[in-house]
Design a protein around this ligand. Structure first.
Ligand SMILES: NC(=O)c1ccc[n+]([C@@H]2O[C@H](COP(=O)([O-])OP(=O)(O)OC[C@H]3O[C@@H](n4cnc5c(N)ncnc54)[C@H](O)[C@@H]3O)[C@@H](O)[C@H]2O)c1
Length: 337
């Protein structure tokens, strides 16, 4: 099965391309490297022995994107390409609406034009906001988004539901990712630190590596067991495999739209992550507590029973594995850049 992977050079995209190749799919990467680097394609080759075809085009440019569909005639699409920095989206909302919404609309128009029936869409647990009952299931009501970024994921999901009602033979899997972390166990691909990291783990690994003087933990008086936020950290390879499982289910369907939480089902506090990293690497981290960040919910983790039973997926990697792999990647970055 030939699959277009928008954003396939990015953090989650590159790991998914590896798993697609490992599972006999032919991924075609569409990524203009606005938040990734061309050397990632070579790294994928080093892991898999196959160099995926790649188009450096903007998914918001319909004509360019259409050309890829014309040439490649794909059977499926995974749509990762989007901006993802919550804080930046508050200051630059139009940048987020323009890219995240237009690219999705183009994907759907092209699916119609070229009769492509299978789509996996990257959504996020941000759609749940501050949920009253935890763990959240796919039926937990979504809350008004706290940021333009979160809103693009909610609008994206709404667009998919509206599109599905008017389209024939489309299979759509909406995957709501919890907190993807870690890196490929080979140490050859991982999260690229472009600018100041927005996520905890690159901040931790850069602090451990001496790139940053210290780590700030935002808030120490949340109503949680140790006062820091609780999240559901999922190894990026486990997350990548969920996309393959979604396609496997779609192959047996003619028309369905399903939403799945992709998380471990376990909540871990920020302080527990720091302590786990220190234990795993024997490196003492220099950290302090800062103000709470606007829009951060105290606690969220997934009820993952739906994806486990319907897609026969389950997380294989532990938090320790993820932190070890992220640290390994951080150390290797000097060699691969
Ligand atoms: N990383 C997370 O914590 C997280 C959590 C939940 C959801 N998501 C979603 O998962 C998806 C992938 O996230 P990621 O962490 O891999 O991000 P990433 O920034 O590493 O990857 C996104 C890739 O898309 C490319 N891209 C963006 N806009 C493009 C466009 N218009 N045309 C062509 N290429 C474009 C970028 O160059 C980048 O390589 C995003 O939709 C993100 O919102 C991520």
């Amino acid at each position: 099965m030939k699959v277009i992977v928008t954003g396939g050079a990015g953090f989650i995209g590159s790991h998914t391309v590896v798993e697609l190749i490992n599972n006999g799919y032919t991924p075609i990467i569409v990524d203009d490297f606005r938040n990734s680097k061309p050397f990632i394609i070579n790294q994928i080759f080093k892991i898999t022995g196959q160099k995926p075809k790649h188009y450096a085009i903007d998914c918001c440019n319909y004509k360019d994107f259409e050309t890829v569909f014309k040439i490649e005639k794909p059977e499926g699409i995974i749509h990762f390409a989007a901006y993802k920095a919550v804080g930046e989206s508050v200051n630059k909302p139009l940048k987020y609406y323009e890219n995240n919404i237009n690219s999705l609309v183009n994907v759907l128009k092209l699916m119609n034009e070229f009769d492509v029936n299978n789509l996996v869409f990257s959504s996020s647990c941000t759609v749940y906001g501050s949920a009253k009952v935890i763990p959240v299931t796919e039926k937990t009501p979504t809350q008004k988004a706290e940021s333009p970024y979160g809103n693009t994921k909610q609008i994206g999901e709404d667009i998919l539901h509206d599109y599905f009602k008017t389209s024939k033979n489309k299979n759509i899997s909406i995957l709501r990712y919890f907190n993807p972390i870690g890196a490929h166990p080979s140490g050859l691909i991982g999260e690229l630190p472009i600018g100041t990291p927005n996520n905890l783990i690159p901040f931790i690994t850069q602090t451990a590596d001496g790139i940053r003087k210290s780590l700030t933990i935002f808030g120490n008086d949340y109503p949680t067991r140790d006062g820091s936020c609780i999240r559901d950290y999922i190894h990026v390879v486990d997350l990548a495999i969920a996309h393959i499982k979604a396609f496997e289910k779609q192959k047996n369907q003619t028309s369905e739209l399903e939403t799945y939480n992709v998380g471990t089902g376990k909540g871990t506090s920020v302080i527990e992550v720091v302590e786990c990293f220190e234990k795993e690497t024997k490196i003492k981290l220099n950290y302090s507590f800062g103000e709470k960040r606007e829009g951060d919910v105290a606690e969220i983790y997934a009820d993952n029973s739906k994806i486990i039973s319907e897609l026969e997926w389950e997380p294989k990697y532990s938090l320790q594995d993820a932190l070890k792999d992220a640290w390994n990647w951080q150390k290797n970055l000097k060699n691969v850049k």
